[in-house]
Design a binder for this molecule. Sequence first.
Ligand code: KIV
Ligand code: ZN
Length: 563
Amino acid sequence: MLEAWREHPRVGHRETNGNPPGTSRQVSKIRFADRPHEKNQQKEPTMSERLIIFDTTLRDGEQSPGISLDPAEKLEIAEQLGRLGVDYIEAGFPVSSDGDFEAVQTIARVVGVNGGPVIAGLSRTHLADVDRCWEALRDADRGRIHVFISTSPQHMEHMLKMNQAQVIAETRSGVARAREHTADVEFSPQDATRTPLDFMLEVLRAAVEAGATTLNIPDTVGYGIPWDFGALIQHIRREVAGDYIISTHCHNDLGLATANSLAGVQAGARQVEVCVNGIGERAGNAALEEVVMAVKIRPDQFPGIEVGVATEELAKTSRLVSRLTGYPIQYNKAVVGKNAFAHESGIHQHGVLAERSTYEIIDAATVGQVGSQIVLGKHSGRHAFRDSLAKMGLHLQGDALNTSFLRFKDLADRKVQITEADLEAIVAEELGIDLVEGWALDALEVTGGTVGVPRARVVLIRSGAKVDAEAEGNGMIDAVFQSIRRACGIEASLAGFTVSAVTPGMDALGDVVVQLESEGVKVSGRGVSTDVVEAAARAYLNAVNRLGRFRSRRADAEPEIGP
Ligand code: KIV
Ligand code: ZN
């Protein structure tokens, strides 16, 4: 099938146009309109072309069930995405809530300046949404409005209740309004892969006429198959005249998001929309680390395509996103999983010891997957602690610094070697606690074992006041959860519970993720400690606090954006 693609005529004419709309970066663009005679002419790339990495971890990724990031957590991730070197950060959907608006605005002001990535915001076609989106973005050096509307019969009939003429009119007015604010406008026909082709082409032409500079083709429900999706991209390039970059946005319902994105790139897409760790609605989006490494490792398949990501930052970015979202990284996850560079069988170990390339196609160091060094010990002071964090790209101040330092000292009493991974874990947890005004753990006492009924007593603090409660349970951890529920007066069911170790060794930090469900809302919380029962208590409290914050924000209207 790939051979078939190669035999397809390459259409269009690539040229580097200097500054893409609203940006100062050099990227290549597809231009047909003014050179119709060049249609169907075969041209091999002669110069390198930038593949734009459009990260949507903070928008589509944040739509994953149970993920609800605070503006400051979003900023933390955006800063790391900036260090990773993505071209665009889609920071949120500003009209969806005041919290999202605030997050996009802060990211625009802090990360989207001084040569940072372009900051994008999502918007429906409603003029008021577009204006609100721009309001959030306007302080960035470079901002993009991403306008979308559904185009599939399923969405038009059941969600939009619009006919084709209305969808085309909405497309024109939304995109035109966005162009009044910025020259960098992306348009997406939502559920493109289930949209009748002729209608989609009509909508895309309307978007280009109204001023869209990027056409993004979302495989919203993960329905695409690589060769078919690639052919779709190629067909659009051939049939929609104009000056635009074509982009992919692939969901992973059939496990094909990365493959579909790469097929899109082979067919001429020059932007990929991706999420760190592949998070996102349902089965998630194409994983940033997979798409980037595939293009880097196989230049023979992507000739002349250049990606501007600092791959050594991939593992750290992945860990940060995992900690702040509460979504664990599966052990065998490509590129960033714990086992991505582990060799179990004797034959493999022998091979890799003799020569790494026998069983590894990626050098672990190039993606930041090297054993973390010991950075601090029991006698390290506050300065050394802060310096080490700064070297890791974590800048803490005020209460967050103080509480993290106390956690570090406490850990240093229990664990001899403190690694970067340990520091990242405690700081991420403290940041989470600090950002969510709520309950903190003051003391915990548990009894359990095979004799007698497990019991727990907790003392919690909120706004300086202490509350304590006791409970029995089905085990020590259950008893802790019951006592916390009693102390906080919260009703929620446990929807998920995982424990893992941050580093190897008997004194490793236990890393617990708890998922709570209440009134149809799912949230995750994370806690770390050398004692897994304490880690579980911290994780549970973290989730309780997020639930509290979610409820207090519920008053904000949240528009439906579909699957
Ligand atoms: O999956 C999707 O269709 C989306 C759009 C809003 C681009 O996320
Ligand atoms: Zn999506």
